[in-house]
Design a protein around this ligand. Structure first.
Ligand code: GLN
Length: 170
């Protein structure tokens, strides 16, 4: 999805990992920031992971001063809060809506959620920090769910997105 016209064709959006400062810049260069904000205000469901979560958050710490925080997820995140690339790690983490079988979470230069506000439901934590939140039609993850064969979080997103879109179509 690179242009405002392509955004029009999308019902729900995955904001993937990558580099949030670059993604932020590209949103501006391609004229996507305003249309994206508009769609988000209209309730478009999202799954955001890692750099995507940073873009979706209310507050970005240790970011570039001009980087976009879309302010949808009620979280304050610290970029690279788990350390540098070499400090990337994996952990088996229980995720509340997924039941007892833990999720293998792959953290790659991951953002640290320092604070989750009342609007963000924490659905998984690692140590004392949230690593997954759900908020209305949105799911935000500090880790990369696409790095394993476990598709439960993608399915959860699809289920929640479908439910949200059904309600808004009704
Ligand atoms: N550290 C990256 C950033 O600030 C995120 C890393 C990732 O998406 N795996 O955007």
């Amino acid at each position: 999805m690179r242009t405002p016209a392509e955004l029009d064709d999308v019902d729900a959006l995955v904001l993937p990992g990558g580099e949030s400062t670059t993604m932020s810049r590209l949103l501006q260069v391609f004229g996507l920031e305003a249309p994206l904000r508009e769609r988000l205000a209209g309730g478009m469901p999202t799954l955001s992971t890692c750099a995507g979560l940073i873009l979706m958050s209310r507050e970005v710490l240790d970011g570039r001063p001009d980087q976009i925080a879309l302010g949808i997820l009620d979280v304050s995140v610290r970029r690279n809060g788990y350390g540098r690339q070499v400090e990337s790690f994996e952990a088996d983490i229980p995720v509340v809506p997924l039941g007892v079988a833990p999720f293998r979470a792959v953290f790659i230069r991951a953002p640290l959620i320092e604070q989750a506000g009342a609007d963000a439901e924490v659905i998984a934590s690692f140590g004392s920090n949230p690593v997954a939140v759900a908020q209305g039609p949105h799911i935000g993850l500090c880790f990369h769910p696409e790095m394993t064969d476990d598709s439960r979080l993608h399915q959860l997103f699809l289920d929640r997105a479908a439910a949200a879109l059904e309600v808004s179509a009704a």
